[in-house]
Structure formats: structure tokens, C-alpha cells
Design a protein. Structure first.
Length: 300
């Protein structure tokens, strides 16, 4: 069964939407899915249905500025949008946990892995496992990026879709793709998936300057702060990344993400590189193999 659920944000009374997948056999746990940047929850229906068949309740959430939850695409909130978004997702978690009373696994893809780690930082107590797919690498010039975004916002406004910031963030991602046919070939070697992404009006749009500022603050929150208070050091956490995913920067970039969590005090952090795959590992033609690996990890 697929049910639409919604909450009203306590921050600004904005409605937020999610899909809930469940049936009489979904008794193992809850998987809450945090999608990536400039996409939406419905792209995870296949993943949710597979998890459903395996016995899990699944909650796929449209974050602020995305999908059905967007007032303006690529815009989180008027103030502290990254952290408002995290708290809205927490409210959805509590709503579903109260209803089903099952262990919670959070799954984040791409930007969603950053959201998942900001969520973990604040709400570790309700989490039982963490899966991170296609994690972005750290940005060592994040303060310069923030300064540039603030300047663009000053001249163009909060909701200006900044092609400059977009190009600086993603412009190099196709450089290792031989003879790319589109600007989004880095997402996947599955051409059908790339075409569907391009043809989806709720995918691939340019973030607002405010949205970029919030994203950069999220990167700082995950990678550049020491204010973690780990109470579950043995919490199982696993990164999955395609071997040819430019988002991780390099294998060293992925290892730095793993070591970042270990430095904060987590002792059960794993990673797996998936041979020949790119960024959207759940949308490659090998997705059945990928799903089996993820399911093997999350089985409680």
C-alpha cells in the first residue's frame, strides 16, 4: 500500500509531503529515505517497493524546495533552511515511528547523505542504522563558496537561480565520461535513467542562491564542526558509492567521509565501492545487485 502523508512545519506552517509504503508483512523496521539535490521522492518508488517486499515500512520524503514540498524549487526556507529541513524530517520520523513502533533506518542519497548526517548529529537516539549512497566529498573552500553565494544573493536576491554556483558545483562532473551525450551523463551509465531525469520537470533545476547557502552550511555542519555528541558509538553506518561517481571526488574523498564519522566517535563505519557504477546506483541497470547489498546491510 502506498499512502500520502503530510505534516505542517512548526517553523512556517509550510506543508511537507511524503509517501508511506506498508502492508501487513512490513514488520522488520522503517526505512526513511532522504533524496538528493534537485530531485524528488517518487524517483525512489522502486526502491521502496523492493524494501516493502522484504518486510520494511518505507517513508520517502520530499524535502523543502523539492517535489510536492516545494513552494520555490531549490529554496529551503527564509532562515536556517538546512536545519529547518532536518527538523521537518524529524517530525515525519516521529509521526511514522509512533504509528508503527519499529526500528528506524535512515537512507540518504547524495545531498541526502549530508542531510542524514545532520539528522544523525541531532537525533541519533531514534536511529538504528544509517545507509549513505553517493556521498559528496568535503569542500575545502567552503568558506569561499559561502562568501561568493552571499555576494550573489546580495545583488540578485534569495531566490535567484544561480547558474554560476551550479557550474562551479557540477561543471566538472562529466570530465571523465567519454563522449558524453548530455550534461547529466555523470549521474548514470543507464541512458534511460539520464533521459528520464532530463525529462522530469522536478529534476535537474538550478538551485537558488539561498538554497546553495543552506547546502554549503550543511556541508560545514557535517564536515567542519566538532559539536558531535556520540552516544551510540557502535551504530552501524555504511557508505555505498559507484566506482565512477564524480560526486565523491575520489576514493580518498570517500575515505575522508568515513574517517570524518570515525573521528566523531563512530566505530562501526563501513564503505563499499560498486564496480563501474556512477552516481545514482539505484538507477543503474545493476540495481538488483545494489539493492541486495543494501538489504544485506540493513537486515536487523
Amino acid at each position: 500500500m502506498k499512502e500520502i502523508v503530510s505534516i505542517t512545519s512548526s517553523y512556517d506552517q509550510q506543508p511537507l509531503y511524503a509517501s508511506l509504503f506498508y502492508d501487513d508483512n512490513t514488520t522488520k523496521g522503517i526505512v526513511q529515505v532522504f533524496h538528493g539535490m534537485a530531485e524528488h521522492r517518487q524517483r525512489y518508488d522502486w526502491f521502496a517497493n523492493q524494501l516493502n517486499k522484504a518486510g520494511y515500512v518505507v517513508l520517502t520524503c520530499d524535502m523543502r524546495g523539492h517535489g510536492d514540498s516545494a513552494v520555490t524549487l531549490g529554496y529551503f526556507a527564509d532562515k536556517d533552511g538546512w536545519f529547518v529541513n532536518v527538523e521537518d524530517l524529524y517530525a515525519l520520523s516521529k509521526l511514522v515511528q509512533k504509528r508503527f513502533n519499529l526500528p528506524l533506518i535512515i537512507f540518504g542519497h547524495s545531498m541526502g547523505t549530508l542531510v542524514a548526517r545532520s539528522f544523525l548529529k541531532r537525533h541519533e537516539d531514534i536511529i538504528d542504522k544509517v545507509v549513505l549512497s553517493g556521498s559528496p566529498s568535503d569542500n575545502n573552500v567552503i568558506d569561499i563558496a559561502l562568501l561568493l553565494a552571499d555576494m550573489i544573493r546580495f545583488f540578485k536576491g534569495d531566490k535567484y537561480p544561480s547558474k554560476l554556483l551550479n557550474n562551479l558545483s557540477f561543471g566538472s562532473f562529466n570530465k571523465n565520461i567519454e563522449h558524453p551525450k548530455t550534461e547529466f551523463d555523470w549521474l548514470s551509465k543507464n541512458e534511460d535513467n539520464v533521459r528520464d531525469y532530463i525529462n522530469d520537470d522536478l529534476c535537474g533545476y538550478v538551485f537558488t542562491t539561498s538554497g546553495y547557502i543552506d547546502l554549503f552550511k550543511g556541508i560545514k555542519d557535517v564536515y567542519h564542526t566538532k559539536d558531535w555528541h556520540v552516544r551510540k558509538p557502535d551504530l552501524p553506518i555504511k557508505f555505498f558509492s559507484g566506482e565512477n561517481d564524480p560526486c565523491m571526488g575520489s576514493v580518498e574523498g570517500l575515505m575522508a567521509a568515513v574517517e570524518n564519522l570515525e573521528d566523531h566517535g563512530y566505530h562501526a563505519v563501513e564503505y563499499e565501492l560498486l564496480e563501474s557504477l556512477r552516481h545514482e546506483i539505484l538507477n543503474e541497470k545493476e540495481r538488483d545487485i545494489v539493492f541486495a547489498k543494501i538489504l544485506s546491510f540493513i537486515e536487523l
